[in-house]
Design a binder for this molecule. Sequence first.
Ligand code: DX5
Ligand code: ZN
Length: 243
Amino acid sequence: MRSEQIDARPEWLEEILRRRPVISPSLLACDFTRLGEEIRALEEAGARVLHIDVMDGHFVPNLSMGVPIVEAIRRLTNLILDVHLMVDNPELFLEPFRKAGADALTVHIEVAPDPRPLLESIRRLGAAAGLSLNPPTPIESVLPFLSFCDLILVMSVMPGFGGQAFQPSALEKLRLLRENRPPGVVLSIDGGIKAANVSLCTAAGADLLVIGTGFFTDEAGTYGERLHRLHRRALELAPARGA
Ligand code: DX5
Ligand code: ZN
């Protein structure tokens, strides 16, 4: 349960649920030599949420972006910054990333089997509290904590790298989450999503689709055209609004 004003639910969560399905470009696949221009182009294209992958070289065998990058992105844009913490000690980083401008902070159940204190801290900081699970992690591990979450991020690849193949086992997890989620929880999916499989994700219940390679590399045309095309594909099998 939220404790009154300090952690009022961020308004943009309702907007995502109203506008679902929403495509969220994952910056891991963008051109980092032109990060500022990329952000501007995404903004002009009509993107609403940017996915930012944080890796520590321990929880995942790779490194990526950190607090200074989120700070720099925040100075450039008012877009929603959805920060995915693929790190072993998320408690150390919640406040720094929130101060840097993160709107959502997602932690992994694999590093916090009881994630309630983390999720509560995130809400107290005024951000949306996200919980993620890897492909081998059973859905039962997150079900007891849904009421502490604003967002659930189902991984459809092992985290650490972009450009991997989509693991369809994520779809069954989404279906179960759709049946069990308290009202207002955003269901998100991340990894290997492209035009060819995006509608399977929405059909299974995803509201927010994180797309890296499938947006920046595989699609052609302006970013506006890519967003539009992926959104149209995402709607093909999407359940009717309110379903
Ligand atoms: C994977 C990251 C993803 C990644 C997705 O560890 O969490 O956000 O950027 O990239 P694609 O869409 O290329 O699988
Ligand atoms: Zn991610």
